[in-house]
Design a protein around this ligand. Structure first.
Ligand SMILES: *Cc1c(COP(=O)(O)O)cnc(C)c1O
Length: 385
């Protein structure tokens, strides 16, 4: 079977993990700060806090920014549910901003319109979470300009986008955001099994991210409510969680990040090859022509609206090609419908979803496998005309 995404684990990755297993620390040892430094060096950002998943990174990011009951958090409907759930964990209200039909990212013009309306109603968001869908960066400069005007904070959901570039910085550098979040699930760009991280340039936010990662407990004397406490002393100064990454996972991450640029170059070559192979088919490839670099987590094509997507999907699955669909709009989920969202609320995300199919995309996909994907797609598109 050819999956839509998969990890690439090398012998050096395996050796790195085994080394930790033979060492003194399986968790809370030296591998976690080493991984954090590798990420902050790569992204050119001041601080990195590694956590157990991108979902927990989003949660601690919202907590660090003080999101609470009565606040609003806005994100894109074209994302995994975790980008919105993190707001609900904090008791906040969720809303979505429709996508741009060309980039499939949150639409900046729609965001501005919605902000003007929310301003008039006194319901401005505290946090906006742009999602770099498929690894393609959002227009962060414009979103940042709006945040300055309307006073909201920004968390970039870069679960798809470690290694991607804005025109002037790496994703994760937080040039135009408060915090950036990564996922290291095996289908994503690099993996630690489960795992995530949050980056920031703000020392206070970094301190709060690590506080919420570990029960709200601190050993930092300057944060305690008394001076001269004994050396064994720690204090719980807020309500946090156990969202720690293990050293076993972190060691895998340190090894994986070494190949990150090769990984993205391989994805880019495969994407250009897909573009060529698809050029005579009635499908719309993702646009790679913009200022910056996509991490190419996904390669999503749009079928023609007269093509029966289910038929194409089922056929490819039967042929052992595990295509997928990213994403069912979050507001379609029964849980979000129970909060009052309806089909029709975000028409661009809905129209995009109707015709989307993610073709296999990962560094160790061979050109032979890629040819197999395309020849099967070609067959079924011919038959489902
Ligand atoms: C995968 C993903 C997440 C959640 O990542 P985990 O590490 O599995 O918690 C969040 N947002 C987006 C956009 C994702 O693709």
């Amino acid at each position: 079977m050819i999956p839509y995404a998969r990890q690439n684990i090398t012998n050096s990755d395996i050796e790195a993990v085994v080394k930790v297993l033979r060492s003194d620390f399986l968790t809370q040892g030296p591998a976690v700060p080493t991984f954090e430094k590798a990420i902050s060096d790569y992204c050119k950002v001041n601080y990195c806090v590694a956590v157990s998943s991108a979902t927990s990174a989003l949660h601690v990011a919202c907590l660090a920014l003080g999101l609470k009951s009565g606040d609003w958090l806005w994100t894109s409907p074209n994302t995994f549910v975790a980008s919105a759930n993190c707001g609900l964990y904090c008791g906040a209200n969720i809303d979505f901003v429709d996508i741009n039909p060309d980039t499939y990212n949150l639409c900046v013009e729609a965001l501005e319109k919605k902000l003007i309306k929310a301003d008039a109603e006194g319901k401005l968001p505290k946090i906006v979470i742009p999602v770099h869908f498929a690894g393609r960066p959002c227009d962060m400069k414009k979103i940042y300009a709006l945040s300055q005007r309307y006073g909201f904070r920004i968390i970039e959901d870069a679960s798809h986008a470690i290694g991607a570039d804005l025109p002037s910085s790496k994703i994760g550098a937080c040039e135009y955001s408060d915090i950036t979040v990564f996922s290291f699930h095996p289908v994503k760009i690099i993996t630690t099994g489960e795992g995530g991280a949050a980056t920031t340039n703000d020392a206070v936010l970094a301190e709060r991210l690590s506080l919420f990662r570990s029960h709200g407990v601190t050993r930092n004397r300057s944060l305690m409510d008394q001076e001269g406490l004994p050396d064994w002393y720690y204090q719980q100064i807020d309500l946090g969680y156990n969202y720690r990454l293990t050293d076993i996972q972190a060691a895998l991450g340190v090894s994986q990040i070494k190949t990150l640029d090769d990984n993205i170059n391989q994805r880019t070559q495969l994407a250009y090859r897909y573009d060529e192979l698809l050029s005579d088919l009635n499908v719309k490839p993702p646009s790679l022509d913009f200022n910056g670099r996509s991490a190419l987590h996904l390669y999503v094509i749009q079928l023609n609206s007269s093509t029966d997507r289910k038929n194409v999907f089922d056929y490819l699955r039967r042929k052992g090609i595990a295509v997928n669909v990213h994403y069912i709009p979050v507001h379609y989920q029964p849980f979000y419908q129970s909060l009052g969202f309806k089909v029709g609320d975000f028409p661009n995300a809905e129209a995009y979803y109707e015709n989307a199919i993610s073709l296999p995309m990962y560094p160790i996909l061979t050109t032979k496998q890629q040819d197999e994907v395309i020849s099967n797609l070609r067959k079924i598109l011919h038959f489902s005309k």
